[in-house]
Design a protein around this ligand. Structure first.
Ligand code: IPM
Ligand code: MG
Length: 357
């Protein structure tokens, strides 16, 4: 189990450190875990003037799985686009062909009150967003800046999907739904966009191969509304890169805090990059305030999807459940009047829970 660790920027190193302690416990129990770290994002720029230094990419290519903290920070905003931290993330997704991004939104019962939505709307929530990650307007060509005929400055991007790209992500959607509640909702904007019309046709054409899965379609604006109106109507959502980016941030709030949500980005052979869906939170970096649970839960996904060790994943998730049940809360989870603990203390609690069970 060769794991490349890319702590990144902001709170990245602190939260990844807590995940690393979880790996230490598992290694101590005999799991053949090997880890090696490398800089990426702003840290990559600082170390090698490149948000994805060649040596970091090589390490990630050679590893079985990658654990990423978060990238980005205000000090890098002045850099040209190709040197910004986010470019490192986009490039590693492309370079490793990580086309399937799994973003579960699961509400732990103890956190129902932390959601901004009413408890009855979110309690029992368990939905999976499957976001295509290597196509769409994120990577479509041509893109850039130009002058219009009238001499105006313009910016432009290209939304793009091929049938093959839609088919492979749709299959991940159908197969995931098959292992869960057997309902798949494909989200697009087929009332306006040609790309979405092709998307919808392609997903619909596959439905015959999955007669056990109930397929529905929804426009993205309606999906955004339905997610806050009645999120429990969803089991699995499959959607493109841009819509998935937006809807997954929205869904994270249903789960109480964006600090709780892990993600997996997988290639066709279950190699994966695992990261919390939250960002680098530069405003609280280095203050021992960040919630490490999304990163620890990302490790659980790594054991489930890349290493095929659902037993280990269950144990990690069980340990997180236990610390929440014991009342441990980082600042993002604490309700008014509740005591908040720090990043490291939360890591201590998870390690203790893991050892205990
Ligand atoms: C995410 C992030 C990235 C994205 C950014 C940092 C490039 O928002 O992983 O959701 O847009 O994909
Ligand atoms: Mg995002």
């Amino acid at each position: 189990m060769k794991i490349a660790i890319l702590p990144g920027d902001g709170i990245g190193p602190e939260i990844v450190e807590q995940a690393r302690r979880v790996l230490e416990v598992l290694r101590g129990e005999g799991l053949p875990i090997e880890t090696e770290s490398a800089p990426m994002g702003g840290a990559g720029y600082d170390a090698a003037r490149d948000p994805l230094p060649p040596a970091t990419l090589r390490l990630a290519e050679q590893a079985d799985a990658v654990l990423l903290g978060a990238v980005g920070g205000p000090q890098y905003d002045v850099l040209p686009r190709e040197l910004r931290p986010e470019q490192g993330l986009l490039r590693i997704r492309r370079a490793l062909s990580l086309f399937a991004n799994l973003r579960p939104a699961l509400l732990y019962p103890e956190l129902a009150a932390a959601s901004t939505l009413k408890t009855e709307v979110v309690s029992g929530l368990d939905l999976m967003i499957i976001r295509e990650l290597t196509g769409d307007i994120y990577f479509g060509q041509p893109r850039g800046r130009r002058k219009s005929a009238a001499g105006d400055d313009e910016g432009f991007d290209t939304m793009h999907y091929s049938v093959a790209e839609v088919q492979r992500i749709a299959r991940v959607g159908f197969e995931t739904a098959r292992r869960r509640g057997r309902r798949l909702c494909s989200v697009d904007k087929a009332n306006v966009l040609d790309t979405s019309i092709l998307w919808r046709e392609t997903v619909s054409a596959l439905a015959g191969e999955y007669p056990d899965v109930a397929l529905s379609h929804m426009y993205v604006d309606n999906a955004a509304m339905q997610l806050v109106r009645n999120p429990k109507q969803f089991d699995v959502i499959v959607t493109g890169n841009l819509f998935g980016d937006i809807l997954s941030d929205e869904a994270s709030m249903l789960a109480g805090s964006i600090g709780m949500l892990p993600s997996a980005s997988l290639d066709a052979r279950q190699k994966g990059l695992y990261e919390p869906i939250h960002g680098s939170a530069p405003d609280i970096a280095g203050q021992d305030r960040a919630n490490p649970l999304a990163t620890i839960l990302s490790l659980a996904m790594m054991f489930r999807y890349t290493f095929g060790r659902a037993d280990v994943a269950d144990r990690i998730e069980g340990a997180v459940r236990r610390v929440l049940a014991q009342g441990h809360r980082t600042g993002d989870l604490a309700m008014p009047g509740e005591r908040a603990i720090g990043t490291r203390a939360m890591g201590d609690a998870v390690v203790a829970a893991l050892r205990g069970g």
